[in-house]
Design a protein around this ligand. Structure first.
Ligand code: ADP
Ligand code: GN1
Ligand code: MG
Length: 375
């Protein structure tokens, strides 16, 4: 992707149905994929802001199909939340149309832009602070899954093919390793050996799904902590965002991706591995929140396999970071040379700790089933 041309931003903002007088625009958030801005408008005494986002079309090759998904899912959620007596402008994303009545604008360089109402009085967390907060985000992601349980899955496009197919991620990793375009492989032999040692395990969930032992559902697929907006006063999870990867998947992917990011004692890119630990208390808090809300639609086998969802997503993300490091950092945004390697190392450390504590992890999950949260 070419960098966004800052001088064109006001003209791009003009394309959308924003109210008031343009004031300015600033980069916003810390996602690894899209280019996100908050754009300010003055309306009488009030300054309002909106989210303006350029979709990463290196990552999402069919942005028009992606937007069909986002339009469908946000409309559906809007109605479902209103029907349940919630606030449909706060509990789901809402797209703002362009002046032509479309839901995205294509700029002169082929960049795809969209806009959402800015959800005010919320924060996005880059790291888990308390068990309670993490529990609250688990309930928000659980609710997201529940609300979409009857969404017509067949209408969703696969925005990134084989996104959580972990054996496919191993294949992509091996390609990056064979090409070794930056000559980095020699410096990361231990990490490479770790990945290759896990190859057999990576088949577990896709094989279970193929055998019909785990059902396909409409899932979010990118449930990390900063993809839920948290109410700044109550600390409750308000709105699940970043809907680009909503497509059919396993419930274990959503559970697992939250755990890999949020049940760590350190940031995803922490360089000092002595700070990186898998926190059983955080794991328990998330499991409780997720099962309290989504547990009733999950099968016994899904619940039993939650620990594998957590391990698989952590391992897979580490494999993706390391593959991107070997490929010369073409996928995830980085802000230092070893960024992707640092990220891969934290993920592998977490996988090792999960393995060591597997018995306790399984017991925690078992305890929540026994307490009857499933029914
Ligand atoms: P990426 O795919 O790059 O992660 P996101 O859609 O997650 O992009 O947006 C990046 C960040 O922007 C989020 O982590 C969040 O902080 C913020 N954000 C996105 N949408 C909204 C919104 N509607 N209201 C408030 N903040 C938002
Ligand atoms: C990306 O878009 P963002 O920053 O929420 C990535 C996820 C990874 C995550 C790792 C579309 O998420 O799959 O788990 O980085 N999203 C995509 O932090 O690849
Ligand atoms: Mg995001």
């Amino acid at each position: 992707m070419k960098p966004v041309k800052k001088e064109l931003l006001p003209a791009i903002a003009e394309k959308f149905q924003f109210e008031g007088q343009y004031v300015g625009i600033l980069p916003y958030g810390s996602g690894h994929i899209n280019d996100t801005f908050s754009v300010f408008f003055q309306l009488e005494e009030q300054t309002r802001r909106y989210i303006l986002q350029r979709i990463n079309t290196n990552v999402f090759r069919k942005p028009a199909e992606l937007m069909e998904n986002v339009i469908g899912v946000t409309r559906y959620l809007h109605k479902a939340i209103a029907a349940a007596g919630g606030d449909p402008y706060r509990e789901t994303l809402n797209l703002i149309p362009t002046r032509d009545g479309a839901y995205y604008y294509v700029d002169g360089d082929g960049g795809y832009w969209r806009s959402y109402y800015f959800i005010e009085n919320t924060v996005t967390l880059q790291q888990t602070r308390t068990k309670e907060e993490f529990y609250n985000t688990a309930r928000a992601f659980g609710r997201f899954q529940l609300l979409l349980a009857d969404y017509p899955a067949a209408t969703l496009h696969e925005t990134i093919p084989l996104f959580h197919d972990t054996p496919n991620r191993i294949l992509q990793f091996k390609e990056a390793l064979a090409a070794d375009v930056k000559g980095r492989a020699a410096g990361v032999k231990e990490e490479i050996a770790f990945v290759l040692g896990q190859e057999d395990y990576t088949r577990l969930l896709v094989d279970m799904q193929a055998r019909g032992e785990l059902p396909l559902r409409v899932t979010h697929n990118d449930t990390k902590l900063n993809n839920v907006l948290v109410d700044s006063e109550t600390g409750k999870g308000v709105c699940v965002i970043d809907l680009d990867t909503v497509m059919p998947g396993l419930s274990l992917y959503d559970f697992g991706d939250s755990i890999r990011f949020g049940a760590s004692t350190a940031a995803e890119d922490e360089r000092d591995l002595s700070k990186v630990h898998f926190d059983l208390g955080l794991f328990e808090a998330y499991t409780k929140g997720f099962l309290e809300v989504a547990g009733k639609v999950l099968t016994d086998e899904e619940v039993r396999r939650l620990p594998d969802g957590a391990k698989m997503m952590t391992l897979e993300c580490g494999i993706r970071f390391l593959a991107d490091y070997l490929a010369g950092d073409t996928y995830f945004k980085i802000s230092r040379g070893s960024h992707n390697l640092d990220r891969a190392r934290t993920q592998f450390r977490l996988v090792e700790e999960m393995d060591r504590q597997w018995g306790v992890i399984a017991k925690i999950v078992g305890q929540y089933c026994k307490q009857g949260l499933k029914k």
